[in-house]
Design a protein around this ligand. Structure first.
Ligand code: NAD
Ligand code: MG
Length: 334
């Protein structure tokens, strides 16, 4: 699907510009839009009716879940995200880029002109293939690097493969996350606690260490944190503290890396409709009413947060570092 399917595509605009002055006079709107401003009014939609509201059908998948099997399938901007050259030539690694929020960021990055490497767990290959195809359809380089982020050696291998496949690296998105709801701390096994810490805290540590020598001034490290960092739920004892850790490393690392010209930015989603929630992340009752308690009355769709990742990464965001950007549906922080 073309990134500009609701307006003139870049190909149409370039084509119009190359067919000569007579044609330009005949199609002034298109000719005038050959700069960076798209033609026509900006789209406006009612957030109340834009996406489904709870109740959702009860659904449960084995971890880590596939978004293609969700009902409704999350909207990650596959047909709606329009790019505007905001990241042309940039080189991005996105963990958890197969589904949900990471998929939306990967699609947006490619539509903005970036080459993108995605990491995912091997059982998510079918979701990941769709993202790889979408990136390639934009004419960008797509690199698929499956593997388990709980393994430090794999994290280092991941960065090396991304640098090799992309020919460098200047956007690193630590987005992958593990969330397994348990009503009681007594039900969290040592192994489960360890897996959550390894995925959400250790993996970003190993990835950032491996990536840093490759990052030029102007590069950005982005961490997906959560409203859970600020307002933790009773059934997310282990997960919520990892999101507080993410929010915290964004702030310390931003201070450490500003003298090197590298920015560090957090993104804090509120409740978003993704596989995380139907593969152990939410209790069944919470999954069915998911997002219903927000003032918005519904969960966010990943397409509604993709723009924040672009904002965090683009050159125009050069003074945004040590900050956390949010999309919370009216509740939560920041
Ligand atoms: P998601 O299930 O689509 O994405 C999570 C991804 O993490 C998976 O696709 C998987 O590829 C990856 N992952 C997990 N464990 C892994 C491992 N051991 N090895 C390799 N990859 C692994 O769900 P999402 O909601 O898009 O999650 C993305 C991020 O957003 C997570 O960090 C999550 O904590 C955060 N978040 C989500 C919500 C929400 O309501 N969905 C809210 C706040 C924050
Ligand atoms: Mg997934």
């Amino acid at each position: 699907m073309d990134s500009n399917d609701n307006g003139p595509s870049r190909r149409q605009v370039v084509g119009a510009a190359s067919i000569g002055l007579a044609a330009m006079a005949a199609a002034p709107a298109v000719a005038q839009s050959s700069g960076s401003t798209p033609a026509g009014p900006a789209k406006i939609s009612d957030p109340r009716t834009k996406y489904p509201k709870p109740p959702f059908k009860e659904q449960k998948q084995p971890w880590p879940g596939l978004q293609s099997k969700m009902d409704p399938v999350p909207d990650c901007g596959e047909t709606s995200y329009k790019g505007n050259n905001r990241l042309t030539g940039r080189k991005a690694l996105v963990t958890g880029g197969d589904s949900g929020i990471g998929r939306a960021a990967a699609i947006a990055f490619a539509r903005e002109g970036a080459d993108v490497a995605i990491n995912y767990y091997p059982s998510e290959e079918s979701d990941a293939r769709e993202v790889i195809d979408l990136i390639r359809r934009e004419g960008r380089t797509a690199v698929a690097i499956p593997g388990d982020l709980r393994d430090a050696a794999f994290c280092r291998h991941l960065v090396a493969e991304a640098v090799k496949g992309l020919g460098g690296l200047d956007i690193v998105v630590n987005n992958a996350g593990r969330q397994q709801s348990q009503k009681s701390i007594l039900d969290i096994t040592d192994e489960a606690f360890d897996a959550t810490m390894k995925t959400n805290i250790y993996a970003p540590f190993h990835i950032i260490k491996a990536a840093l020598p490759h990052l030029p001034p102007g590069a950005v490290i982005i961490g997906t944190t959560s409203e859970q960092a600020y307002d933790p739920s009773e059934d997310l004892y282990d997960y919520a503290q990892t999101k507080a850790a993410t929010m915290n490393y964004v702030k310390s690392l931003a201070k450490q890396l500003a003298p090197k010209g590298i920015r560090v930015v957090g993104i804090a989603p509120g409740p978003f409709w993704t596989p995380l929630q139907v593969s152990g992340g939410a209790q069944p009752d919470k999954q069915m009413s998911f997002g219903g308690k927000t003032p918005a009355g519904r969960p966010g769709m990943p397409a509604e947060i993709a723009g924040l990742y672009v904002r965090a990464a683009e050159d125009g965001g050069s003074y945004t570092t040590g900050n956390v950007l949010g999309a919370g549906g009216g509740q939560g922080q920041p």
